[in-house]
Write a protein that binds this ligand. Structure first.
Ligand code: ADP
Ligand code: MG
Length: 220
């Protein structure tokens, strides 16, 4: 594992990044000018296709970090599930989907589907029949759809484990393993977390391949 720690000395401008013109224009329209520390530290490795572990406190902009990483790769003209984002709760999944929809606005016709527990199955099954480019959801419901044959994750190229520490705290380890078994082995995996307990290391070593770890010290 390689390690890099960002310092606050070089705030970067989004427009200097090697991102799709549509994404750059959209970032400008959204009023995002400077990258946060975790974004500056994580984006180059993500865009280079590496597995990334990103650790930074809540509110540091981790969603935009992995959102840009996965949207940069996404091919709108290939209508199949290319990215899966797993979040611990419905509220967080909804927030992530909202942020991804904002970021994806400039890319024509990207479909983002949320699949969370506590919601009726019927409409989710209906939406799954129509397909999506990106699925965002909670582990339990995603696994439910996999088990019932409603969802095929065989074309996923990017897996994001968001708030991985909380997913482990909530006891999702076994469910995560079942979901992971259905994903292609050759994929990019991005793991984001506010804290980095030992249990994350064990998960990361099983799920990520030769990851780059980027961490932003608390208080920055
Ligand atoms: P985290 O996942 O690290 O807790 P979020 O991704 O939820 O943080 O981001 C927190 C807030 O910061 C969101 O409202 C988001 O829109 C905003 N944000 C993210 N990146 C930037 C940026 N580069 N410039 C300005 N605001 C940003
Ligand atoms: Mg977050």
């Amino acid at each position: 594992m390689t390690s890099s720690t960002s310092d606050n000395a070089n705030p970067k401008d989004f427009q200097s990044l090697p991102l799709k013109p549509a994404l750059l224009k959209n970032l400008k329209d959204l009023g995002y000018a400077q990258l946060t520390e975790i974004q500056a530290a994580a984006l180059p490795a993500m865009v280079a296709g590496k597995d990334v572990i990103g650790q930074a406190k809540t509110g540091s902009g981790k969603t935009v970090a992995f959102g840009l990483g996965l949207l940069q790769k996404l091919r709108a003209e290939q209508f199949r599930v290319q990215a899966l984002v797993l979040c611990p709760t419905r509220e967080l999944a909804d927030q992530v989907a909202r942020e991804l929809r904002k970021l994806a606005r400039a890319i024509h016709n990207i479909k983002i589907l949320t699949l969370c527990g506590g919601m009726p199955f019927g409409p989710q099954i209906g939406s799954l029949k129509h397909g999506a480019h990106i699925v965002v959801g909670t582990p339990g419901r995603i696994e439910d759809h996999l088990r019932k044959g409603n969802l095929d994750l065989g074309s996923v190229e990017t897996l994001v484990l968001d708030e991985a520490d909380r997913m482990l705290d909530m006891g999702f380890q076994a469910v995560l393993d079942e979901i992971l078994a259905t994903l292609p082995k050759s994929r990019q995996t991005l793991l984001f977390s506010a804290t980095y307990p030992k249990t994350i290391d064990a998960l990361a070593s099983r799920v990520l391949s030769n990851p780059v770890k980027v961490e932003v010290a608390a208080g920055h």
